[in-house]
Design a protein around this ligand. Structure first.
Ligand code: UTP
Length: 293
């Protein structure tokens, strides 16, 4: 039912103020979880979901991201001449095939909706994914792949959702779910969407997480450049205006999400991903035990 999703937007134009001073000269999205930058996890997830066009919406001080996803002749020469073929192999996922990557600039960080709107001419008239690198998801099947499969069945707009404590609703876009059963086990029909509601006013505790599959009609709403919560141009507001005009679903994805835009969430992600690693998991477990008594 849903048209194939071939393009993905990676909005990386934010200021990352919660990580200052680390983000003074380095993009937040380049912070490593164990040994891989956040943005690389997002790109690998998109690739595993069948994405063929990678569109980055960048801003001031983000050139390290372009360099990261480029071929480095110097590094290639240095590693190969030292017989470090295994290290060179490690870099393969960072090299984007020519013509499959595009960078556009968000002149000012006016909000996520504005960042997505900046990519409108690169998307044109087909469905597209949006991935926020600071939402990192540890799962057996990549989150976006789970969503693409469900999108193939129901089409329309789709967001990843998860339950959050009620006292945290003012940090997220919150879904007003239709209590009627959706067609698939993991799907929730969305009948309303509110950006950062006060816990007492939140229609549920189902929060939107940084994975979206959207229809190009959202650009008509973003064209209006209306400011929402926090004075920012909000993606959720533009999506809420499409409810009733096309299918809109939340996906209760399988996996564990870490908020890497937050310092404690970022530390937790490092621990969780390190514990999963065959080369260091048991060592890290021992270290944690020594701290926790
Ligand atoms: P955040 O809300 O975490 O904002 O953005 P931020 O500026 O990155 O970080 P803090 O709050 O100042 O610490 C979520 C995602 O949306 C992108 C960010 O780069 C991040 O990946 N974003 C946000 C933009 O691309 N442009 C914007 O105007 C806002």
């Amino acid at each position: 039912m849903g048209k194939a999703v071939r393009k993905a937007i990676f909005p990386v134009g934010g200021l990352g103020t919660r990580f200052l001073p680390a983000t003074k000269a380095m993009p937040k999205e380049m912070l490593p979880v164990v040994d891989k930058p956040l943005i690389q996890y997002a790109v690998e997830e998109a690739r595993a979901a069948g994405i063929e066009q990678f569109i980055f919406v960048t801003g001031r001080g983000k050139t390290a991201i372009e360099d990261h996803f480029d071929y480095s002749a110097d590094l290639h020469h240095a590693l190969i001449s030292r017989d470090k073929h295994d290290l060179w192999k490690l870099l393969e996922p960072t090299m984007m095939p020519a013509g499959q990557v595009a960078y556009t600039r968000q002149p000012e960080p006016l909000g996520l909706g504005h960042a997505v709107w900046c990519a409108r001419d690169l998307i044109r008239d087909e469905p597209f994914a949006v991935l926020l690198a600071d939402d990192l998801i540890l799962s057996a099947e990549p989150c976006l792949k789970q969503m693409v499969e469900l999108h193939g069945k129901v089409g329309g707009n789709m967001v990843a959702v998860m339950d959050v404590p009620r006292e945290h609703t003012s940090r997220y876009g919150i879904v007003d779910p239709n209590p009627g059963a959706a067609s698939e086990r993991r799907l929730v029909e969305v009948k309303g969407l509110v950006e950062k509601p006060h816990p007492a006013k939140a229609p549920s505790t189902l929060a939107v997480i940084g994975r979206y599959i959207l229809q190009p009609e959202v650009f008509f709403n973003l064209d209006r450049q209306e400011r929402g919560a926090g004075g920012e141009i909000q993606l959720t507001d533009a999506l809420a205006d499409l409810i009733g005009l096309m299918p809109f679903h939340g996906v209760r994805f399988e996996g564990r999400r870490f908020d890497c835009g937050d310092k404690v969430g970022f530390l937790e992600a490092n621990i969780a991903f390190a514990l999963e690693r065959a080369d260091m998991g048991s060592q890290v477990r021992e270290i944690l035990k020594s701290y926790c008594g």
